[in-house]
Design a protein around this ligand. Structure first.
Ligand code: AMP
Ligand code: ZN
Length: 135
């Protein structure tokens, strides 16, 4: 299903032009309009899902194989030195477009980008406490 007021539905389905590097029945992969590195692109399903929580399992199962295929393409063409895959869900987690998508971010030794996670402050017992809440 498509969502009428969703920009990524329009981009993924070709209703608005994109800088597409790959397309199949389920997905379009296109260059991000505000890239954080050279070749930063997005895997976007043609069907609308707000985020990973709503994503269909069958579509979800195709995302990582496609990410690997795009990694290989980008390695051949751009020769990256490392690679980040980022997928944001919810405003607090940095999601700004509420149509599920996966960022593919080639990294280069000299790219000057900083996507490193910062450990939170931790007290004795915090890890055991959260473990006991989860299991
Ligand atoms: P997120 O913050 O994870 O929701 O990522 C949304 C991404 O979509 C950002 O990196 C934007 O730069 C990108 N973006 C938004 N609009 C467009 C567009 N029209 N074409 C390409 N990329 C876009
Ligand atoms: Zn959509």
């Amino acid at each position: 299903m498509k969502k009428d007021d969703c920009i990524f539905c329009k981009l993924a389905n070709g209703d608005i032009p994109t800088n597409t590097i790959y397309e199949d029945d389920d997905f379009r992969v296109f260059l991000d309009a505000a890239p954080v590195t050279r070749g930063h692109c997005l895997i976007v399903p043609k069907e609308h899902f707000d985020s990973l929580e709503q994503l269909d399992d069958k579509v979800a199962a195709k995302v990582m194989p496609l990410a690997r295929k795009m990694m290989k393409l980008l390695k051949d063409k751009l020769g990256w030195d490392g690679f980040n895959i980022i997928q944001n869900n919810g405003k607090v987690a940095g999601q700004t477009v509420f149509h599920f998508h996966t960022h593919l971010i080639p990294r280069y030794n000299d790219d000057g980008q900083d996507l490193v996670m910062k450990p939170m402050p931790l007290k004795d017992g915090d890890i055991e406490t959260v473990l006991n809440e989860i299991i």
